[in-house]
Design a protein around this ligand. Sequence first.
Ligand SMILES: [Zn+2]
Length: 254
Amino acid sequence: MASESYLGRPFTVDNDDALLRVGTALDTFVVGANGRPRSIPNGSKVEVRTVKAVPTGAKSVSLFVEVADTAGALIGWTSAGNLHGKFLSETLGEIPPPNGNRFGPNAAWSKGVFLGQVTLVRVVGTKGELEFIARDSSAPFVALCTAARAAGRSIGLNSGFRTFAEQQHLFDGHKRGLAGFNLAAAPGKSNHQSGIAFDLDVKPGDGNRDYEWLKGNATAHGFIRTVSSEPWHWEFLPAKAAAARQRGVFGTFM
Ligand SMILES: [Zn+2]
């Protein structure tokens, strides 16, 4: 399911010290009869049943997962970081729009025009933070990540859907020349506010294997590069991506 990509998929425990936690008090470890904390053996195949994101900052969270063995028996809760892939780019459910404020968290904009409210989907970002994408592009994004994973690559998300306030913040930061602020469109005018733009965690330029994989495969999933100076910025534009694929290119500017 695109809004909860982890359901029905096997994961592998990838930590020698994957401690079990108490589900009702996730900062507490489960203690065995011998007085030692209990853990899940490294290499165990598990399925994730439930995810809890505990806020630790404005966007940052600690992620915990309740896992079962492949026969369906519940094992318990552990940190999502103990699973191979660290839960990168997994989707964690939908956020339906609240009441319609055009500057609210689900308000979509394009070219300075308020489009309406969109349902968002939570995504685990590159630094373990929560990012958001529009539900309409969540299935293609999950398909892209699944195909990348099958090819041994990994696609991280640094920035997806942005609120008006977030875009304002990025715009102001760049205007003031603050460190870490890239050129950003004026609030209301970024494609990150319409739900089609994805800043992926790929090192700029050729030679990076994740980027190379995207060059060859992203258009098959409807994603295409649209800003010649930003190799990380891809947009979900299925018609343009299909046309580019026909021509053997992966950008609208090529
Ligand atoms: Zn971007």
